[in-house]
Design a protein around this ligand. Structure first.
Ligand SMILES: Cc1cc2nc3c(=O)[nH]c(=O)nc-3n(C[C@H](O)[C@H](O)[C@H](O)COP(=O)(O)OP(=O)(O)OC[C@H]3O[C@@H](n4cnc5c(N)ncnc54)[C@H](O)[C@@H]3O)c2cc1C
Length: 302
């Protein structure tokens, strides 16, 4: 195993924990310890932290809501930087400004309260604004790309720039940031349209009901495990047709409700989840000749 990093004195002035089990911070509840976890409460604090981490050559892993992550059982070497403390929200006319750590369901509710339409699709996505921009999160025919006007980005030295959507290369579950290039989305400006509060709320309720009946929301998961294949049926359809619902490796299981989800049916390790992903990929390939690609992001040491 790679050597652990120890926090320097300079880092101890921030909110900092050591040996933090990532299973507590990911929606699939797997993952070994991060050497250190930092919880910036403002952009200035984040910038300062990055400068110190950079000077000490401590690797940085960014965590939003942990809802699309599979962290290895060996944990994370270096610093896991949790962005959920960046929580500003400002609504002006038809625009919504939100910091990276704002939870999408909360933002969707606030927009609805302000009679703004456009975020309904995101009301059941359990991630943060930053993670949603990075992943170009989407559902029910809409995605972040449709409403994003611009975002502010911090580089590894703590410097901030503004980027317009034309620079973000957003496509299906992809943006210029999805390769984990070290840049941090620190806020987003969204353009919504005026609507009627009650009908927006009603639409969100309907979408939530659809999710409840079609997704295994009562079990820990990281959402859809696989990307939608090109020129082939949906991943869930292929996995279902291959008869893989309920297939297990240890406590990792292909959901019996939605074949596109791998759930943690007990105390699954990340290794078990990854092994099951590989097994499903192999079986689908051997039956249909389609190579499934994971949508979830692997992080840390496996
Ligand atoms: C039950 C369930 C349902 C889901 N449904 C959907 C759905 O309908 N549609 C959909 O698209 N997704 C869905 N997801 C997946 C997930 O919620 C989204 O991908 C979400 O956008 C991830 O955001 P996050 O903040 O949790 O990111 P994380 O999982 O914390 O991180 C994801 C990646 O982004 C990076 N990252 C996070 N924040 C930042 C930032 N501010 N700057 C730079 N990099 C960052 C991380 O390092 C990591 O590489 C679902 C997940 C679950 C558990």
């Amino acid at each position: 195993m790679e050597e652990k990093y120890i926090p320097t004195e300079e880092l101890k002035r921030f909110e900092l924990l050591t040996d933090v089990p990532m299973s507590r911070y990911t929606t699939i509840h797997c993952g070994g310890p991060a050497d250190m976890a930092l919880f910036p409460r403002s952009e200035d604090e984040l910038s300062l932290m990055l400068q110190i981490l950079g000077a000490e050559k401590i690797p940085v892993s960014l965590i939003g809501g942990g809802s699309n992550l599979l962290v290895g059982d060996g944990g994370i070497r270096g610093a896991a930087v949790f962005l959920s403390g960046l929580g500003d929200i400002r609504i002006r006319d038809n625009t919504v400004y939100a910091s990276a750590g704002v939870a999408l369901p909360k933002l969707a509710r606030m927009a609805a309260e302000a009679s703004l339409s456009g975020l309904q699709f995101a009301s059941g996505i359990p991630g943060t604004v930053g993670g949603a921009v990075v992943m170009n999160a989407g559902a029910y025919g809409s995605e972040m790309k449709d409403i994003l006007l611009k975002c502010r980005v911090m580089d590894e030295f703590g410097d901030v720039t503004t980027m317009g959507t034309q620079e973000l290369d957003m496509s299906y579950r992809h943006s210029v940031f999805s390769g984990s290039d070290g840049r941090i989305v620190i806020s987003a400006l969204l353009g919504l349209t005026g609507g009627e509060r009650d009908s927006i709320m009603e639409e969100m309720k309907e979408l939530a009901a659809r999710r409840r009946t079609s997704q295994p929301l009562d079990m820990p998961s990281a959402g859809s495990t696989f990307r939608r294949p090109e020129d082939a049926p949906a991943a869930a359809r292929l996995i279902d047709d291959a008869g893989l619902k309920g297939l297990r490796v240890g406590d990792a299981m292909v959901s019996t409700v939605h074949a596109g989800f791998i759930v943690n049916a007990g105390h699954a390790s990340a290794g078990e989840v990854r092994e099951l992903i590989e097994l499903v990929t192999e079986r689908v390939y051997s039956l249909f000749g389609v190579t499934l690609q994971p949508e979830i992001k692997y992080m840390g040491c496996f």
